[in-house]
Structure formats: structure tokens, C-alpha cells
Design a protein. Sequence first.
Length: 110
Amino acid sequence: MKEMYVNEKSYEVIKLLGHGKGGYSYLVTDGTKEYVLKQIHHEPCDYYQFGNKIESEMKDYKRLKEIGIPMPEMFEVDMEKERILKEYIKGDTIFDYVLRNEMQPDCACG
């Protein structure tokens, strides 16, 4: 099994959860608990210009938390490896609800 490190702590990769314009998200474990580990990537994107992605992630997270948007906790940031360790919440994503036309205006899905 593949290992990835965040600030010198090892996590075992369980599976790739997905990827987007900013990075790859993996389901990982420390042997006790499951997390999401986001690895920032620098693949070219024709329709979007990026600055410092890791700093943008941190800034955007802080902004969304300040205005009360519920989202997974951000536990650690490894600036050198450009990795973010987040809370893993088992279940469907908002995207899953949208695909099934189950999205409610108040975000009370399902």
C-alpha cells in the first residue's frame, strides 16, 4: 500500500477519491482514523490561471468558515509537500445529490 506524509506523519492511502483543477484527494488512514489528504498539483489548466494554490486553499477555507459554511475540518497543512489533511465525512457529496436532483434549497439533502 502507498504511503503519503503530512508534516512527517505517515498515512496509508486507501483510495483516490477524485481530482479537480487544484489537486488530487485521497482517502487515507493513520491506522486509527480515516482522513482526506489533498495533494496540490500543478497540471496546466487552459481556462483558469492559478497563483499559489496552497495559500489560496487556506485563505478560501478560512473565508468560508468565517461566513458559516459547514464543511470538513482542516487539520494540517504541509507547505513544503503542498498537502492538506482534512476531516473525512462518509456519505454522499453535494454533487451526488445534484446528480440525483435531490438538492434542497436549505442544503438539507436526502
